[in-house]
Design a binder for this molecule. Structure first.
Ligand SMILES: Cc1cc2nc3c(=O)[nH]c(=O)nc-3n(C[C@H](O)[C@H](O)[C@H](O)COP(=O)(O)OP(=O)(O)OC[C@H]3O[C@@H](n4cnc5c(N)ncnc54)[C@H](O)[C@@H]3O)c2cc1C
Length: 290
């Protein structure tokens, strides 16, 4: 399968989706239907998380293989280095390479809830820049590599300048492109791209987009990942929090506006956090592409 970076010369914008591995067999069955539905929207690629939110790590590569083989769509496996030794990572990469997977989102990840104090030792990678460098060193150009970016700075590094320096280290280590954490103030994204450009980093920074469908869940989730819920979002969605239909409608309208504005200001595409659902991403993408 093609590396994602090979799409860039021919596509000004890429549209992509993110999924996570379900915990149950029923969830896995449902996800296959969701993938079939999402595939009809002709995404440029689909990515699948690794262990995030307690999802099964083993299933990530099965899902990526399924997307590519059953639907002919480029897929990307997320891979985190927490808990894994260098040797583990080498074995995983050889295995996924053997399965034909050619795109990796190289991440550090977070220690799991049942082992929150885990610290990297001498056999572990400390940062995703080290994982990225390892993949390039051991596998050359065999893999396309994406990395995570944080327009507002990472939760543990709110100093945006410093965090931007760390992103540059990932690019210098061999990453091809960046996918950002979700955000609601487009200016944060545009400032981030400008900070990177000031450091000579002009790789694609694809905005990560989450359609708002549940205000209370949004508050919980953003608290964990460190994204700011803007006053505008509070003002629109707080009064609607007990009205599912009104929230959905307002979420679609808000997201379409956000996406159009990002593309208008030069974003090289959109990466949707679908939460394993076709709706409302399908409606939003169709409106944005029209
Ligand atoms: C698009 C996207 C997809 C994600 N997918 C997953 C997933 O599939 N599974 C999952 O578990 N998690 C996932 N995450 C969450 C991610 O793993 C966490 O946010 C994690 O805390 C940081 O990962 P990273 O790869 O950015 O780490 P790093 O780039 O290693 O950064 C981690 C922290 O260290 C700091 N730092 C980096 N380099 C240095 C350095 N040289 N010296 C000092 N400090 C440094 C950074 O500022 C940051 O605070 C995803 C996040 C995003 C945005």
């Amino acid at each position: 399968m093609q590396r994602i970076r090979d799409l860039f010369p021919e596509k000004r914008h890429t549209y992509s989706f993110e999924l996570f591995p379900p915990k149950t067999d029923k969830g896995y069955f449902n996800l296959q239907n969701t993938i079939a539905e999402l595939s009809k929207l002709r995404p440029d690629f689909i990515s699948c998380t690794y262990g995030a939110g307690g999802g099964s790590r083993d299933k990530t590569f099965d899902i990526v293989e399924h997307i590519e083989q059953e639907h002919g769509i480029i897929a990307m496996a997320h891979l985190t280095c927490v808990l894994n030794t260098r040797e583990d990572i080498g074995n995983i990469l050889r295995d996924v390479h053997g399965r034909g997977i050619r795109n990796i989102l190289a991440l550090r990840g977070d220690p799991p809830a049942d082992n929150p104090d885990w610290q990297p030792g001498p056999d572990n990678f400390r940062y995703s820049s080290e994982l990225t460098g390892y993949i390039r060193q051991e596998f050359g150009d065999e893999f396309g590599i994406g990395v995570a970016g944080f327009p507002e700075g990472h939760l543990l590094c709110p100093d945006r300048e410093k965090d931007t320096d760390y992103l540059k280290m990932k690019i210098d280590a061999g990453a091809d492109f960046v996918i950002t954490q979700l955000f609601f103030n487009n200016q944060d994204y545009l400032d981030y791209v400008e900070r990177l450009s000031g450091r000579g980093v002009n790789n694609r920074v694809i905005p990560g987009i989450i359609p708002i469908t549940d205000y209370k869940a949004l508050i919980r989730f953003t608290g964990m990942c460190g994204a700011t819920v803007t006053d505008e979002v509070h003002k629109i969605f707080e009064p609607l929090q007990d009205d599912k239909d009104a929230t959905m409608k307002a979420g679609i309208d808000f997201c379409i506006k956000q996406c159009r504005d990002l593309l208008h200001h030069g974003a090289p595409g959109l990466h949707f956090y679908t939460l394993n659902k076709t709706s409302p991403t399908a409606e939003i993408l169709q409106a944005v592409r029209a």
